[in-house]
Design a protein around this ligand. Structure first.
Ligand code: CMX
Ligand code: CO
Length: 150
């Protein structure tokens, strides 16, 4: 069951400048940053609020590290802006299979590694009224007692 907004993914040309905009304008701080080679991004997670299930909601700021990556292609076509939304669930495997059964294209056969060792998959935007949609299970939800934030 999808229970919350996990994050909103925002594509930018200059991660450091965009992080500084969110810090200076709203006071949001970087909770976590990493390079995800597989996804082709350098990213920063800005924690906005905690949630009832002990996880949180974030802004995910994304700068491509390759022009031919999903974010690189999208930026070249659209410029900066909201790239995707992500819903949180305790069970990305079951929920993405259930969504696949409804005829929506799920992009990965099995969830892959996302930010902060979460497990993620994506739904094709053409099957979701134009919105690239990610489904996330946070690391804390996968291994109760393991609070590894990395
Ligand atoms: N939102 C809405 N529509 C999108 C989109 C997006 N983010 N990205 C692409 N599209 C649309 C395009 O506009 C295009 O539509 P038209 O045919 O009407 O012009 C169509 O989808 C195909 O787009 P494309 O540029 O040819 O791109 P691809 O088909 O090669 O890739 C997609 C699209 C969704 C399969 C690819 O972006 C993908 O695999 N995304 C999932 C992975 C990802 O986004 N990783 C980065 C974030 C990582 C993270 O969140 O941790
Ligand atoms: Co994301």
């Amino acid at each position: 069951m999808l229970t919350r907004i996990d994050h909103i993914g925002i594509a930018c040309f200059d991660l450091d400048a965009t992080v500084e905009f969110y810090r200076a304008t709203y006071g949001f701080e970087v909770h976590h940053s990493e390079i995800n080679e597989e996804q082709g991004v350098r990213e920063a997670m800005l924690r906005i609020n905690g949630t009832d299930d002990g996880a949180a909601s974030y802004l995910q700021l994304l700068q491509p590290i390759r022009e031919d990556s999903p974010v690189g292609k999208w930026l070249a076509k659209n410029g900066e802006g909201v790239h995707h939304i992500a819903f949180g669930t305790a069970d990305v495997d079951a929920d993405s299979e259930g969504i696949r059964d409804k005829g929506v294209r799920v992009l990965y056969d099995k969830p892959r590694r996302g930010s902060m060792d979460s497990r993620i998959t994506f739904l094709h935007p053409k099957d979701c009224h134009g919105v690239l949609t990610e489904i996330v299970t946070a690391a804390s939800a996968q291994a109760p007692g393991d609070s590894s934030g990395h």
